[in-house]
Design a protein around this ligand. Structure first.
Ligand code: BGC
Length: 362
């Protein structure tokens, strides 16, 4: 199953290369405008990934394909998101790739692009009721399951009896947050039901805002009289906010916290024992697959995908590439660095140098 998904991704890339090889440069066809890809990223504060990873890998992929591109960031502003899209369409993009801020805005933008004959891709976040031709993401239910399993393992290591588990979920406007929750609740709910775990506070964080997440967690801690034994936290930005609050209360390292995105700071928290785990999503692969699809679409070609994403709002099956992620604990921090996703020097500074050495990060 896993390799099947990756194989499809590779096939997509190979097919694009093959066409270029045998038919000359398809971009020299005078009947068709040269590919120009527009990408709109959501913000730069909810996660470091968008600017640190997605932009970098998308740029590299477009450059390697020799196509023109324009990557912009809406900085969490929906009006700006729409304006950027309109400008890109006016400036003649042949394909538009978006990571929406919510489905409503995403839908408006995709519809406008479609009306103007611009090819469309939902990148990472699906637009419910939207018209994207493809969806390129990770299996987010599986990511959530890894987070749930990671927390279970860390709580077992601590030996806490009947731990109180708090859940700090992602944005209610992001379908990925809902998928993650269904993944980790599938792991946690049976334990609540069996009374092995006690269900603690469970709240979503609007816009994945890290500061708001810290405030919400502080309230959770107050409300429970400090009785929280583990925090299922939906991403690394929120995990960092939770760890700050725990540190202020001298609870860091005692209360396991999960995350996702494998950013440099999370890897440091993991090495220090303040974060239980994160999930590494190989964004380079995601960017390469999406870029290859965007280029193919811009050239008027279609690609087969093995998977579909069922959009319940639009009642539509969207052809999808859903990649596989990897859980990261102290023992596997080194894998993220070996993969080139995070620079060793961004992690192994100051007091982390010794922790890196002790955990085989070279
Ligand atoms: C992405 C995560 C990211 C979060 C906040 C989600 O849709 O899948 O990787 O941490 O948004 O930006």
């Amino acid at each position: 199953m896993r390799s099947g998904i990756l194989a499809i991704a590779t096939v997509g890339l190979l097919a694009a290369g093959g066409l270029t090889g045998c038919g000359g440069d398809p971009d020299d066809d005078p009947a068709r405008p040269r590919p120009k890809i527009g990408v709109i990223l959501p913000d730069s504060a909810s996660s470091n990934r968008w600017e640190a990873a997605d932009r970098k890998y998308l740029e590299a992929a477009f450059t390697a394909a020799g196509v023109e591109y324009d990557i912009q960031n809406a900085q969490n502003d929906k009006a700006r998101f729409v304006t950027i899209a309109e400008q890109m369409i006016t400036n003649g993009v042949t394909a538009l790739m978006i990571t929406n801020l919510d489905s409503g805005t995403g839908r408006a933008v995709l519809d406008k692009a479609t009306q103007r004959g611009v090819a469309t891709i939902d990148y990472d976040r699906p637009t419910l009721g939207g018209s994207a031709q493809y969806y390129v993401s990770f299996d987010n239910v599986a990511v959530g399951r890894l987070q749930g399993e990671g927390l279970v393992r860390c709580l077992a290591e601590k030996g806490t009896r009947k731990p109180v588990v708090a859940e700090l979920n992602g944005a209610p406007t992001d379908n990925n947050a809902a998928e993650l929750k269904s993944g980790y609740d599938a792991v946690l709910q049976p334990r609540y039901d069996a009374r092995d775990y006690v269900k603690g506070p469970d709240q979503s964080v609007p816009e994945w805002n890290n500061t708001t997440g810290g405030t919400i967690f502080e309230q959770m801690l107050t409300q429970t009289g400090g009785r929280i034994d583990g925090v299922l936290t939906a991403n690394d930005g929120l995990a960092n906010a939770v760890i700050s609050v725990l540190t202020k209360n001298k609870l860091n390292g005692k209360v396991p916290v999960t995350g996702q995105d494998a950013d440099a700071q999370a890897l440091q928290h993991i090495l220090a024992g303040d974060q239980c785990m994160t999930v590494y999503k190989p964004i380079r692969k995601q960017a390469e697959v999406a870029a290859a699809l965007a280029v193919a679409l811009a050239r008027g070609e279609r690609r087969q995908t093995e998977h579909t994403f069922h959009d319940t709002t639009g009642n539509r099956d969207v052809p999808a590439v859903l990649l596989t992620a990897q859980p990261i604990t102290r023992e596997t921090v080194k894998d993220v660095i070996a993969d080139g996703f995070v620079e060793r020097d961004a992690v192994c500074t100051g007091r982390y140098a010794a922790l890196c050495a002790a955990n085989g990060v070279s």
